[in-house]
Design a protein around this ligand. Structure first.
Ligand code: IPE
Ligand code: IPE
Ligand code: MG
Length: 251
């Protein structure tokens, strides 16, 4: 991989715990472009470089799963040229990064309503999944045409189908059953939800899965995001006390 992030581990305090699953809302490309007098699409091109850096950094730090929000179900409402530019950029990036993913032992999966995506992108996603299926390093989960509510609706539909066929009784529907019908049921829930770009909202991202995630919002715009920002976010995560509804741990 091109950019060296070696020694990133050394930047973390020795007793620092690396989250098993980090989920990132990659936001701020448009504002970055505006600040630099460039088009929004050029901002997305620059954001792609940050994505590369962060995938590399997470793999180096031993993160087990990384979920990246690349295109929301609501992003279709953007201007047509931005939408088609993003589709092309995602497809091209994945094609170009595939050898690195394979070499890095990274397993690629994609989450979202993919049947609504351009066919060539659907093929690229399937190919990347197939060619990395035996990798057992970090899982890279790319969320495209993804909506948290749509994901829950799809899970409920699948459950309703199983009830209708007599395979499942309504009283057997519990959190585990619903969780098993989400897009990536094999992944643990995210421990850390990271949002660069400063917005204090979740924008329909992993609504079910982030129930107990620690949220870190950073002002840095996505194209400016580096391994050092990731280290900063992990340090902030380590300062949190996760309670899951319990009383604080005794000293
Ligand atoms: C995030 O950057 C990328 C996508 C949503 C695809 P934005 O394009 O939302 O950037 P801002 O929020 O306008 O700065
Ligand atoms: C969320 O960012 C979607 C992605 C990063 C892919 P948006 O920029 O679309 O979110 P809002 O519109 O500010 O809530
Ligand atoms: Mg945005």
């Amino acid at each position: 991989m091109s950019q060296s992030t070696s020694n990133l581990k050394d930047k973390l305090p020795p007793d620092c715990q690396v989250p098993a699953h980090i989920a990132i809302i990659m936001d701020g490309n448009g504002r970055w472009a505006q600040q630099h007098g460039l088009s929004r699409l050029e901002g997305h091109f620059e954001g792609r470089k940050a994505t590369h850096r962060v995938v590399e950094a997470c793999a180096e730090l031993g993160v087990q799963a990384l979920s990246l929000y690349a295109f929301s179900a609501e992003n279709w409402a953007r201007p047509g040229d931005e939408v088609s530019g993003l589709m092309t950029l995602i497809e091209q990036s994945l094609r170009e990064e595939l050898d690195d993913l394979i070499g890095g032992d990274i397993r690629f999966i994609a989450s979202g309503r993919h049947e609504e995506l351009p066919e060539s992108l659907q093929r690229t996603l399937s190919e990347a999944e197939a060619r990395t299926v035996d990798n057992d390093g970090m899982v890279l989960n790319l969320l495209i045409n993804y909506g948290g509510r749509a994901e829950i609706v799809d899970a409920v539909r699948a459950l309703a189908g199983r009830v209708q066929s007599g395979e499942l009784a309504p009283e057997d529907i519990d959190e585990a059953a619903l969780g098993a019908h989400l897009y990536a049921p094999e992944l643990p829930d995210p421990d850390l939800l990271l949002r660069p770009g400063g917005e204090m909202r979740v924008s329909n991202f992993l609504l079910w899965e982030i129930a107990y995630a620690e949220i870190v919002v950073m002002p840095v715009l996505w194209p400016d995001f580096t391994g050092d920002h990731l280290v900063e976010a992990i340090e902030e995560y380590n300062e949190r006390q996760r309670r899951f509804g319990r009383v604080p741990d005794a000293e």
